[in-house]
Design a protein around this ligand. Structure first.
Ligand SMILES: O=C(NNC1=NCCC1)c1ccc(Br)cc1
Length: 327
């Protein structure tokens, strides 16, 4: 049995939300290949923080005694609470004894997010933050039902896309799928590009990073980022806006990763114009920004992933790998 779930972008493609049914309640969760916990808003939160969200009724649920969780994300946001076992359905696929982490506390970033009802982690289960015993991700729990141990993402700019579980949909991409090995030792979908290019300017330095659906932008080392925006007239690193901004009518340089020897994975310049900074200025915020101090690796987030049909392959032919094809 395989499954497909439709995922829909919030404003400015800030995040993509996917319906998940837990028990008999449907939550809209942020699927995150950069973490490995499934957590939801719950009745253990202060009432005002529950407002406007689907809420997990812990009083009707099966507690995992003595278990708790606490997670810190790369953007500094955090959440924590206790743990239950429940039936979780995504795209027609069912995990009967899924660890559902009920949020009892949320950081301000989540309190500000009016739409997401929680996260569903799709990184490797070694990253799960439940104590005293790590729990398995939804993907690990349904893997044995799937034809292939794969998740394939089709995230789009300003339009609904899909998460395919267990199969690769040839109708969703053009040209070949190019695969690159993944190093899962830190629990992320980490891969290395042999080189990269800004437009025609090839830079033969390797770039290692993670494929992360839970991060909005592409986050690179600060000197690399300043080198990119040197090509964009009128671009400046603005403390006021928290990163590089430029005139919205700028023609942005494409960003290309060279993987598997000689295959180019290109993000068109248009996708690197992330969003206007406000309603009056004609300044736009860049889709490539510097990684913060908290993060010691490059992050290929949604701005990157939107240009590709991406196969997160947990080992259909040996080790974990990522497949990229144009969409
Ligand atoms: O937290 C991470 N990705 N997911 C999410 N971000 C914000 C909410 C969800 C993340 C993971 C690894 C590294 Br390295 C940096 C960041």
């Amino acid at each position: 049995l395989n499954g497909t779930a439709v995922t829909s972008p919030e404003a400015n493609d800030l995040e993509y939300l996917t319906p998940v049914t837990i028990g008999n309640v449907t939550f809209h969760l942020d699927f995150d290949t950069g973490s490995a916990d499934l957590w939801v808003y719950s009745d253990e939160l202060p009432t005002d923080e529950q407002t406007g969200h689907a809420v997990y009724a812990t009083t009707d649920s099966k507690l995992l005694p003595g278990s708790s969780w606490e997670i810190l994300y790369g953007d500094g946001s955090s959440a924590g609470g206790d743990v239950f076992a429940d039936t979780v359905v995504v795209g027609g696929l069912t995990a009967t004894m899924q660890a559902v982490e009920a949020a009892a506390t949320l950081s301000a970033e989540f309190e500000r997010d009016a739409h997401s009802d929680g996260l569903l982690g799709l990184a490797f289960s070694t990253l799960n933050m439940v104590k005293p015993q790590k729990q398995s991700t939804f993907f690990d729990n349904v893997k044995s039902q799937l034809d292939l141990p794969v998740i394939a993402t089709s995230l789009k700019h300003g339009a609904p896309g899909t998460y395919d579980f267990g199969f690769i949909d040839e109708n969703k991409y053009t040209g070949p799928l190019t695969y690159v090995d993944v190093d899962s030792s830190r629990g992320y979908w980490t891969f290395t590009a042999d080189a990269y290019a800004f437009g025609d300017d090839q830079i033969s330095t390797s770039l290692t990073g993670i494929a992360d659906t839970g991060t909005t932008l592409i986050l690179l080392p600060s000197d690399t980022v300043s080198r990119y925006y040197a090509n964009v007239s009128g671009a400046q690193d603005s403390p006021l806006h928290g990163g590089y901004v430029f005139p919205c009518d700028s023609k942005l340089t494409p960003f290309t990763l060279v993987v598997a020897g000689n295959h180019s994975v290109t993000v068109p310049g248009e996708l690197i114009n992330y969003a206007p900074v406000g309603s009056v200025s004609n300044l736009c915020f860049g889709g490539i920004q510097a990684a913060s101090g908290l993060v010691d690796i490059n992050i290929f987030g949604d701005v990157f992933l939107k240009s590709q049909y991406v196969v997160f392959d947990a080992g259909s032919q040996g080790g974990p790998r990522l497949g990229f094809a144009n969409q």
